[in-house]
Design a binder for this molecule. Structure first.
Ligand code: GRF
Length: 221
């Protein structure tokens, strides 16, 4: 890992292919990150195994519903775990749990990878694909599935800053992806992952560069 880099925690819930892309980019010297912690809200997330293999502390914070734990108590526990790692930067890479504004405010930056081509304007609900049509901005937990079910011709990936408004933070990098007619979600997701990994590294590199230059306004133009 990159000691002396920006202290970073990564939150995952699943296979962690985006986490792996970040680990590999750090190893290649492309991202100045010091990966301190990988935290999952699922004990069986393969992302935890990827973290261990890379020598990163891997931790599981489960929501103890049976113990009657409230949502706010759980959120506080996640915040404490991330703060303990010393992270000032947080990457949400497939993390399936909406975090409160109070979490986001505690860090220099929180960045998410989202499986849809989102508009630059956070208030817009449609987005123009460059050289293509205008499509709905698919936000929420199942954006790729929603795009396929809506019969959209395009999907995509967006790396953006996380704000209190879910999936409406400033865009750091994005790329559209054409959907093949009749293509299923699993096949489309396999193709989309490759695009996500590229968009993620580009977006995170951009955030790191803007942090070093003191810039905080982003535009993909
Ligand atoms: C990605 O498709 C991401 O866009 C979505 O969850 C998926 C995580 O995949 N939010 P992985 O765990 O990084 O392989």
């Amino acid at each position: 890992m990159s000691p002396g880099g920006i202290a970073t925690a990564v939150l995952v819930s699943g296979s962690g292919s985006n986490l792996q892309a970040v680990i590999d980019a750090v190893d290649r010297g492309e991202l100045p990150l010091d990966l301190r912690l990988v935290l999952s809200n699922r004990a069986d997330a393969f992302g935890l195994e990827r973290a261990r293999r890379a020598g990163i502390v891997a931790r599981t914070e489960l929501w103890d519903r049976r113990g009657g734990e409230s949502r706010s108590a759980y959120d506080a526990r996640v915040l404490a775990a991330v703060r303990e790692s010393g992270a000032e930067f947080v990457l949400l890479l497939g993390w399936m749990h909406v975090l409160p504004a109070a979490f986001v405010e505690r860090f220099a930056g929180v960045v998410n990878i989202h499986p849809a081509f989102l508009p630059e304007d956070p208030g817009a609900d449609v987005v123009a694909v460059p050289g293509g049509p205008e499509i709905p901005a698919f936000r929420g937990a199942h954006a790729l599935r929603d795009a396929i079910e809506a019969g959209a011709a395009w999907a995509g990936a967006t790396c953006h800053l996380v704000t209190a408004a879910v999936d409406r933070g400033p865009v750091l990098a994005r790329e559209p992806m054409r959907l093949h007619p009749g293509e299923g979600e699993a096949h489309a997701l396999e193709r989309l992952h490759l695009i996500e990994h590229r968009v993620l590294i580009e977006g995170v590199a951009r955030w790191c560069a803007s942090r070093n230059s003191g810039f905080s306004t982003f535009s993909t133009h």
